[in-house]
Ligand binder design. Structure first.
Ligand code: EPZ
Length: 417
């Protein structure tokens, strides 16, 4: 099994380009099957989750071509509407294909995507919303079969939680429904806006994306479009964490600074100087960070849950005490074990973690147990004295494009063996 070997305390310096957003590319690839035509998606990151989506699209009968970071998807040959377990289980967010298959073919079946490392990941909000749009859903021993016997029609949908995936599934499924759909308490993440931009380029009529209320006017049909995926704000936050953990100074290009508002204010509270110029962010970190009082994860535009782990990794040897409150997922402190092995001082109680900054960290043998937890362990290892080995690199590859080469280009000593 591949491992990363990280030799710490090298200060990161230089410039790095931020990859396209995983959490934008995945729903857009699923939505491309609505078009019955060819779409060209630029700035797609090369990740195992994206490759899993491409495999699902090909299984469904779509023709997908890849050239660099551009994916061409022609869904005119779509001939399947059932996704096998083997493909469903490779990626948690395959549930995002449900709304698209239902809207395109009138029926869909797939197994429950199942929980993952960070929590049970229920899909009740998705299923309830699709039923309001006219879907009939039957649980057939762990496989659910969806049909829309009377077609799909617009509905008023009030989400009890601003679920990103449920908002995306509704937007996709409602595009060609009869009438108007209004989603209240919708997720406001930038990835929601990016999906709406792509769907509107395909001829959909979606307004209000990014606000709490999204309105979708059903249209007859959609045509293919070309679209540039937005930069990955979590990959950006992760690179900033790696830099700050080493007292470094880096410039990120191809970012959208307004997507990083809550993240940059935490970095400034830690003593970093952030300089924003157009599509670049430069961070200058002090030799030792000051722990922020509270890191509370919230739906966008609050502090993103996906950045909690890498930020905790960078704070492991900060000065002072930080209180982490993880409001989005039930089990998102799997990286704490590895941080403790490096000498961190963190106590976890349910959704709360209390981190007391350690004067220094030392290298250790660690194992990643989830995607962002891998990033946390790398951020901490870069600031630790000595050598850290990290197994579970497959989790890292789900969301970060050739991450160790990006770090090495910034002066880190990281090898994949
Ligand atoms: C998306 O996951 C992202 N994944 C996650 O990123 C991100 O952490 C999350 O949104 C932020 O909210 C993708 O976009 C592919 P949710 P998603 O539905 O859609 C509960 C990463 O690291 N919930 O907003 O699954 C759920 O259990 C990943 O890149 C229900 O109860 O997140 C969770 O506690 C991790 N019922 C909360 O809502 C439902 O039907 C937020 O989930 C759906 C969700």
């Amino acid at each position: 099994m591949p491992q990363l070997v990280i030799n710490g305390t090298k200060r990161l310096r230089g410039e790095a380009r931020v990859q396209g957003s995983k959490n934008s590319a995945l729903p857009i690839l699923a939505a491309s099957i609505l078009c019955n035509d060819e779409s060209v998606i630029h700035n797609c990151p090369d990740l195992s989750d994206v490759r899993a989506s491409v495999d699902i699209l090909r299984y469904l009968g779509c023709r997908v071509g890849c050239s660099g970071d551009t994916l061409t998807c022609d869904s005119s040959g779509l001939c399947e509407n059932c996704i096998p377990d083997s493909l469903m289980r490779r990626m948690r967010s395959s549930i995002i294909f449900l709304g698209a298959l239902l809207a395109r073919t009138g029926s869909a079946s797939m197994c429950f995507p199942g929980g993952c490392e960070i929590g049970p990941r229920p899909i009740d909000l998705h299923l309830k919303a699709l039923e309001l749009l006219g879907a009939e859903i039957r649980d057939d021993h762990g496989t659910f079969r969806c049909t829309a016997p009377d077609g799909l029609y617009g509905a008023k949908i009030a989400l009890s939680f601003p679920s990103v995936g449920a908002t995306e599934n509704i937007m996709i499924c409602a595009c060609m429904a009869e009438g108007t759909t209004v989603i209240t308490n919708a997720a406001r993440e930038p990835e929601i806006c990016d999906l709406a931009d792509y769907l509107n380029a395909c001829g959909a009529m979606i307004s209000g994306a990014g606000d709490g209320t999204v309105v979708i006017e059903g249209v007859e049909k959609l045509h293919g479009a070309s679209h540039m995926v937005i930069p990955d704000r979590i990959a950006a936050a992760t690179l900033l964490s790696c830099c700050a953990s080493t007292g470094g100074r880096i410039t990120l290009t191809d970012v959208i600074p307004s997507h990083l508002g809550a993240v940059l204010s935490i970095f400034e509270e830690c003593g970093c100087i952030a300089d924003i110029r157009g599509g670049t962010v430069t961070i200058d970190a002090p030799y030792r960070l000051t722990a922020p009082k509270i890191v509370r994860t919230m739906p966008y535009p609050g502090f993103p849950t996906d950045a909690q782990a890498p930020v905790m990794g960078m704070l492991a040897k900060s000065r002072g005490t930080a209180l982490f409150i993880e409001n989005i997922f039930e089990n998102r402190y799997l990286h704490v074990g590895g941080l403790l092995r490096m000498g961190a001082n963190i106590k976890v109680e349910g959704r709360v973690a209390v981190l007391q900054g350690a004067p220094s960290l030392h290298g250790a043998q660690t194992a990643a147990l989830d995607l962002r937890g891998a990033a946390a362990l790398i951020a901490a290892a870069l600031g630790a004295e000595g050598v850290t080995t990290l197994s579970g690199v497959k989790y890292l590859d789900r969301g970060y494009e050739s991450f160790e080469s990006t770090l090495c280009a910034l002066g880190a000593d990281v090898k994949r063996i």
